[in-house]
Design a protein around this ligand. Structure first.
Ligand code: PRP
Length: 181
């Protein structure tokens, strides 16, 4: 199935990244991460919920003994402070931490998260993001491993949702502009 849901869903527009393209990106990023972190104590940290699909594929392309950990934070909305709703299970002090995200948009989520993680004194702290949508960037985020720099379109699939739906699409699709208003 690649086109079925797209053709039959009036909200979706076109495919931004097909399954095989995502696979190639994971292979490439996983290879680079493997080379860069050989001999290190690497923990992959993912922000729930969107990042988990990418993490699942990416971590299987990293040929190193890694551990996985998860955080959840409340979404940033105007005026509301970001806060942790689920913290990491393990300490990261003196460990090499790579935060794995599906998308960096304004950068506010990662800006907050990186600040929190840095205060715990990891050996290193990096970011791997599948999508970099920089048109509305408010905080400068260093993205060491980037899958794709994308245009200012709303996208769903492969972990990304619209009202909680579409996370299980095996590809990433753009949502029609008229749906987003
Ligand atoms: C998405 C994404 C990032 C964040 C990026 O999560 O997974 O965590 O938005 O946006 P920002 O750069 O503007 O801060 P979302 O808040 O939609 O929650 P979800 O992961 O549960 O889908």
């Amino acid at each position: 199935m690649t086109a079925y849901q797209l053709l039959h869903d009036p909200l979706l527009d076109s495919v931004l990244l097909a399954s095989d393209e995502i696979e190639d990106i994971c292979q490439d990023l996983g290879g680079r991460i493997t080379r860069d972190y050989t001999g290190h104590d690497l923990v992959l940290v993912t922000v729930l919920r969107g990042g988990l699909v990418f993490l699942a594929d990416l971590c299987r392309r990293i040929d190193l003994p890694v551990t996985l950990d998860f955080m959840a934070i409340s979404s940033y909305s105007s005026g509301a402070a970001v806060r942790i709703t689920k913290d990491l299970d393990d300490a990261i002090t003196r460990r090499d931490v790579l935060v794995v995200e599906d998308i960096v948009d304004t950068g506010l989520t990662l800006n907050y998260l990186l600040g929190v993680l840095k205060s715990r004194n990891p050996a290193s702290l990096g970011v791997c993001a599948l999508l970099d949508r920089d048109a509305r960037r408010l905080a400068d985020i260093p993205i060491a491993y980037r899958g794709l720099k994308m245009p200012d379109r709303f996208v769903v699939g492969y972990g990304l949702d619209l009202g909680g739906r579409y996370r299980n699409l095996p590809y990433i699709a753009t949502v029609r502009d008229e749906v987003m208003g």
